[in-house]
Ligand binder design. Structure first.
Ligand code: NAD
Length: 253
């Protein structure tokens, strides 16, 4: 098996929201496979920068509020000026707001949709324009969710955004495959990060969730290492528009 297919040496990857959690795990995994990393964060990604540098890869930090759409093309511009090119975009940054649908506020609707969906589209658009201008292939990896497939409870804007990410991933693949751009998504199961702290603090919900995971454990950021390198590399060149669940078997249940 030619492991070279998974080699990302000489590639440049943008990872949004990589100062913690799944984004941090994926940025480090891409660096382990050989990529230089542009981290797009609201606060300094100190630990991620240190881990990437320790691997001998370059790390460039861009501070950005991703719900400011006017900022997105300038993020892409700075990334390209820094490392000369862009090959991979991981749209990871995302938030969740919890309240009963009957009480859910417009503010919580807009905050989640703007980051989890609108910013994903416009950053992908900026990346695709760059890939085409570079005349090189590109890989876009969106971070979806179990709630791209299921309804969930008390997270209406999150479910709407992540279900839309699955559909958008398909549409962008259809439009851009001819440009040698792959647009795929990873749907993590229940993972130990800040995003699930509230769930894990709720003993009843936490036990219910664990009891349904065939792997009998919550996932960790390391569990996304293989899938993200696969989708970022030549190994997945003919995989397009697909949302890959990385869920310890949750959806199979
Ligand atoms: P996290 O809260 O640890 O990380 C979220 C990241 O997004 C952080 O780096 C944060 O700074 C960044 N971010 C938030 N708002 C931002 C903004 N306005 N501009 C720029 N950056 C912003 O959570 P996580 O679990 O690592 O989440 C990463 C992604 O994975 C999210 O899209 C989340 O929806 C998704 N996800 C997580 C789980 C899980 O179980 N943890 C499951 C499915 C999907």
């Amino acid at each position: 098996m030619p492991l070279k297919l998974f080699d990302l040496s000489g590639k440049v990857a943008i990872v949004t929201g990589c100062n913690t959690g799944l984004g941090q795990g994926m940025a480090v995994a891409l660096a382990q496979a050989g990529a230089d990393i542009v981290g797009v964060n609201r606060t300094a990604a100190v630990a991620t920068a240190a881990e990437v540098s320790a691997l001998g890869r370059r790390f460039h930090e861009i501070r950005a509020e991703l719900t400011n759409m006017a900022r997105l093309p300038t993020v892409m511009e700075e990334a390209c000026q820094t490392f000369g090119r862009i090959d991979i975009l991981v749209n990871n940054a995302g938030i969740i707001r919890r309240a009963d649908a009957l009480d859910f506020s417009e503010q919580d609707w807009d905050a989640v949709i703007n980051l989890n969906l609108k910013a994903v589209f416009f950053l992908s658009q900026a990346a695709a324009r760059r890939f085409i201008a570079q005349q090189s292939p590109g890989k876009i990896i969106n971070i979806a969710s179990m709630l791209s497939f299921q309804g969930g409870v008390r997270v209406p804007s999150y479910t709407a955004s992540k279900s839309a990410v699955l559909g958008l991933t398909r549409l962008l693949a259809c439009e851009w495959a001819a440009h040698r751009i792959n647009v795929n998504a990873i749907a993590p199961g229940y993972m130990v990060t800040n995003n699930t702290a509230t769930l894990r603090d709720d003993a009843k919900r936490s036990a219910e969730i664990l009891g349904r995971i065939p792997a009998n454990r919550w996932g960790t950021p390391d569990d996304l290492a293989g899938p993200v390198v696969f989708l970022a590399s030549a190994a997945s060149d003919y995989v397009n528009g697909y949302t890959l669940a990385v869920d310890g078997g949750w959806l199979a249940r």
